[in-house]
Design a protein around this ligand. Structure first.
Ligand code: HDE
Length: 715
């Protein structure tokens, strides 16, 4: 029998008590249709929400059959019910974002943990404990809305603070620098990385000719390339990425004094990444890996959180730096200006409707509040125009600010009027200013306030004569390599090998020899050894060094730039798989599960069959089937089997691959003695991360990078 069609939310609400019996349905069903499952609301219903209506409130009598001229005749144009339904469906899609099309959003709250009125008058940073609602959207950059979650890519980290002084949108990334220095180059950058113009592929991948052609010609991108080729670009979870405002902004206090500021988000769960091989496999095993991870964590009450940190400095400090703080391809090492934590953001509510909220949210870097101001960073200046402009083509109207997810939660009044999709109904005649309607006893409308309104900071950058409008860049913007070198040299040996291997992988996809050679020639300005490793990995001669517009200087390596140097052994927020099968010891499984959950992790039981398996001490249901739950979906794996089952499983590709991957991805493998046959088949060798079940807690979910040289050739 066919399944019952899912009722719409409105009908779910009312059908409970009034759902008609099968007899009534048959009676109420449409003429000539024997299917008894079509739902109809019958007489006696008092809740108006139970009735299906069209968009103008007309109740609908039949949601199955269009209006025909006779039983077998053509459909009639008169059928307004059909026409409206199809008309609306035909226009359900809106253009996806030009970049950052694939994303996931959630609601949350920001709480000030340290008031800094001396630095800024921003209302949300005035009082410890003060809170404000936020909406966050994480995203990838290059892929379309339906692309997978785990390509090598930058992750967007956009936060909308609904403050009492208006919305503040901090639209950042998980990487603190950017590819280019001037907004003028953004369309070129994005064209080069997106699908190639003639062939329409590759999707969500930078590993192709046009991207690397552009990059090889843009030495200013080299610092960002180091980050993009590092494990930062293949994160384990949105919950485990850092966020950065990227540009230098300005704080302004009540006395009108201004300081420069850079914004940071530090994930409470720590930063974690996947390996490239793992990221590729996850794309197949679960294309929605990050979206699901975020949704499920919030749904389960494991609310992800980030600390908001600020690096504050003044003009005098900026003057002394060997790089320009207005250049978005540069960062300020935390060792030079410490990150001071001033607040915490917790995401505690999933969206109710993906389209209405996540898809329609419109972030605008131009949304700032008194106490925060822009700097002259030429990339930021371009963004101030672009984001407002793009909403008109995505959301169709200048009134996109009225969509609930975009509307401020504080009052707003002005003389902007009309436009497509106007949903507000302003009253009175005052739609211009100045007016003197108040003198006639009418409502004259709102007025500007010099005291409390937003005032642009009067720049005190003496190098800038505001009267001069020049299409030039300041001298220090020409140093493209010092910080790329800083980043590379701050990584562990293993992380450096990942960067070199990622470059080899990407450049191997490039088919134009001169493009490859040029990129490697650029790498020589960053680090000779890196360039040699990449050239060797590509089996090409080391090309000539590309000319550097300004020679790089050696900066002191910064440990804060490395993921591995900062990784800890936490189990919190991590997902651990426990493999079992018929005859496994239930007490041992329960004990391990308890330990994992006690340490803040999630245990996920996996067996060859899910329904309920006889184990020693009872019956156990699995959360996932072995073949459908590859180990790439977990941070660490454990196995409790019988010898008989281990030997049976060692003949199954899914089981052998499960361990092979966990081992290859340098994960902890905790196992009992009985599992040994399976481990041998998978080529798993003993090391610090392959441990007995009772030692699992000691190693947790940390990755065992020392193993990597045994499992793959890195460049
Ligand atoms: Fe964006 N960027 N961008 N960008 N960007 C967009 O805005 C743009 C840049 C970032 O979840 C678009 O509403 C220009 C830097 C994020 O909805 C568009 C330039 C950084 C998101 C746009 C930049 C970002 C976007 C596409 C160079 C990190 C997703 C749709 C001047 C600091 C926001 C939209 C979301 C989205 C333009 C550079 C981050 C086209 C012109 C640098 C996180 O307006």
């Amino acid at each position: 029998m066919a399944k019952k069609p899912a009722p719409s939310p409105a009908t779910i609400h009312a059908l409970g008590d009034h759902q008609p019996g099968a007899g009534q349905l048959a009676q109420a069903g449409s003429r000539g249709n024997g299917d008894e499952l079509h739902q109809q609301v019958e007489g006696g219903v008092t809740d108006p929400a139970a009735y299906l209506t069209d968009n103008f409130g007309h109740r609908i009598s039949d949601n199955q059959n269009s209006l025909r001229a006779g039983e077998r005749g053509p459909t009639l144009l008169e059928d307004f019910v059909l026409r409206e339904k199809i008309f609306h469906f035909d226009h359900e899609r809106i253009p996806e974002r030009i970049v950052h099309a694939r994303g996931s959003g959630a609601h949350g709250v920001f709480e000030c943990t340290k008031a800094i009125p001396g630095l800024t008058k921003a209302s949300i940073l005035q009082k410890e404990g003060a809170t404000c609602p936020v909406f966050v959207r994480f995203s990838t950059v290059a892929g379309g809305a339906g692309s997978v979650d785990t390509p090598r890519d930058v992750r967007g980290f956009a936060v909308k603070f609904y403050t009492d002084s208006g919305n503040w949108d901090l639209v950042g990334n998980n990487i603190p620098v950017f590819f280019i220095q001037d907004a003028m180059k953004f369309p070129d950058l994005v064209h080069s990385v997106k699908m190639e113009a003639d062939r329409g592929y590759p999707q969500a991948a930078s590993a192709h000719d046009t991207f690397w052609d552009f990059i090889g010609l843009m030495p200013e991108a080299m610092h960002m390339i180091m980050w993009a080729m590092s494990d930062r670009a293949i994160p384990r979870s949105f919950r485990m990425i850092e966020g950065f405002g990227v540009h230098t902004f300005r704080f302004v206090n009540d006395d009108g004094e201004g300081k420069f500021v850079k914004f940071h988000w530090k994930p409470v769960l720590g930063i974690q990444s996947t390996t490239w091989d793992e990221a590729v496999k996850i794309a197949g095993a679960d294309p929605d890996f990050h979206r699901r991870d975020l949704f499920e964590a919030i749904d389960a009450g494991d609310f992800p959180a980030w600390d908001l940190g600020v690096q504050v400095f003044d003009e005098a400090f900026a003057e002394k730096l060997p790089y320009d703080v207005l250049d978005a391809t540069k960062l300020i090492p935390e060792e030079d200006v410490p990150v001071e934590i001033v607040g915490r953001m917790t995401l505690n509510r999933n969206v109710d409707n993906f389209f209405a909220e996540t898809e329609q949210v419109a972030f605008l870097p131009s949304n700032i509040i008194p106490g925060i101001d822009f700097s002259n960073d030429p990339l930021l200046q371009g963004r101030l125009f672009s984001y407002l402009d793009t909403q008109k083509s995505r959301l169709g109207t200048t009134n996109f600010h009225q969509i609930p997810i975009n509307a401020p939660k504080c009052p707003f009044h002005n003389f902007q009027r009309d436009g497509m999709m106007q949903t507000l109904v302003p009253t009175g005649r005052a739609n211009y200013e100045p007016n003197s309607l108040a003198e006639a006893g009418e409502n004259g409308g709102p007025r500007a306030s010099a005291a409390t309104g937003f005032r642009t900071f009067e720049t005190n950058d003496e190098r800038n004569d505001p009267a001069q409008k020049l299409r030039i860049r300041a001298e220090l913007f020409a140093d493209h390599f010092s910080q790329a070198r800083l980043f590379y040299r701050s990584q562990t040996g293993n992380e450096q090998a990942h960067i070199a291997s990622a470059l080899v992988f990407e450049l191997s996809k490039v088919t134009l020899d001169h493009v490859r050679a040029r990129v490697v020639g650029q790498l020589r300005n960053i680090d000779e050894d890196l360039a040699k490793r990449v050239a060797a990995g590509l089996a090409i001669d080391l090309p000539a060094k590309e000319k550097a517009a300004r020679s790089p200087v050696d900066l002191k390596p910064s440990d804060a730039l490395s993921i591995q140097k900062n990784a800890d052994d936490t189990m919190e927020g991590r997902k651990i798989a426990i493999l079992f099968a018929e005859g496994s010891d239930k007490a041992a499984i329960d004990k391990l599960k308890g330990e994992i959950e006690g340490a803040g992790g999630t245990a996920f039981l996996i067996a060859p069959k899910v329904g309920g398996i006889k184990v020693k001490g009872g019956t156990l249901k699995a959360d996932g089937q072995l073949a459908g739950s590859p180990s790439v979906l977990f941070d660490a794996v454990a196995s409790i089997l019988t010898e008989e089952q281990a030997s049976l499983l060692s003949k199954q590709g899914a089981a052998v691959q499960w361990f092979m991957d966990a081992y290859g991805h340098c994960k902890t493998i905790a196992h009992d003695d009985a599992t040994q046959a399976l481990l041998d088949k998978a080529g798993v060798e003993k090391d610090g991360g392959v441990v007995a079940i009772d030692k699992f807690e000691n190693v947790g979910t940390r990755r065992h990078w020392a193993r990597e040289a045994k499992v793959r050739d890195l460049a």
